[in-house]
Design a protein around this ligand. Sequence first.
Ligand SMILES: C[S@@+](CC[C@H](N)C(=O)[O-])C[C@H]1O[C@@H](n2cnc3c(N)ncnc32)[C@H](O)[C@@H]1O
Length: 278
Amino acid sequence: MAPILEYRTWRQVFSGVLFDMIKSAIQRIDALFFGGMIRTVQRENYVNKSLRPLNANLDHRFIAYYEKNYSNLLSELCDKYGSDKGEIAKSGHPYLWPSHTYADFYSRLYDHCRIDVKRVFECGLGTNNPNLSSSMGISGKPGASLRVWRDYFPNAQVFGADIDRDILFEEERIRTLYVDQTNPKSIGEFWTNVGLSDFDFMIDDGLHVFEAGTCLFENSISKLSKRGIYIIEDVSLPDLTKYKSYFDNKKYQVDYVILVGPRNLGLYSNNLVVVRRA
Ligand SMILES: C[S@@+](CC[C@H](N)C(=O)[O-])C[C@H]1O[C@@H](n2cnc3c(N)ncnc32)[C@H](O)[C@@H]1O
């Protein structure tokens, strides 16, 4: 059996390399001769195909254009601590991709009442271990977003959770604990250790896989305060539709939010599921 396995592995490796070479050749030709048109058409097809089920099922949506506020506190804090949830500066970040534009959106939700927020929970500290899923890369700053929340919500206690035990820490108004968001028992133990409920703001910035998102949601939503907001970040377009089916016939008010920024083109993983009690 071993030689066959080896043969297959090499074939897979070879076809993978060949695929990458062909892809990069097409991209070069596209950039040189067609001004990136092939890529644009491909993207449009992907977006249209992914959004078709949502468009077919939901005939109401908000489209809100906005001027970016370049002195927005939340984006400033993201730059200060190194979270990719937003930015003011366009460079100098400890991650290698364009930032999300969530900070702009969250400012709209909380700027007017940030001093009233008492409890915040976030899954996903931002590991810098490149071998773990959803890593921020070796220059990542674990705990960045928790520090953002601590400064932005001056009266809040901030709780963080992550599967990477090596990055857990405690700091002024921040406590972090282990959780595996794919495991209900682990999530249950996390909440027992926290020993609190009535969270005003809960964010899932962990594994970014639909099944992990619903597992964390089901085992944590009872901790949301009456007027609290639970947000699942980095939802891919196909997963937005999965969440729509998941929340059908459940008693929540749910928004499927697509954010569009100049550098991330939105639509790929700059999307949120925003849940409130009905
Ligand atoms: C994108 S990073 C979070 C970034 C951080 N919130 C920020 O804005 O600075 C995602 C995190 O999810 C964690 N993670 C991955 N799988 C997980 C799981 N099954 N349970 C809990 N956390 C997980 C990773 O270890 C990583 O630290």
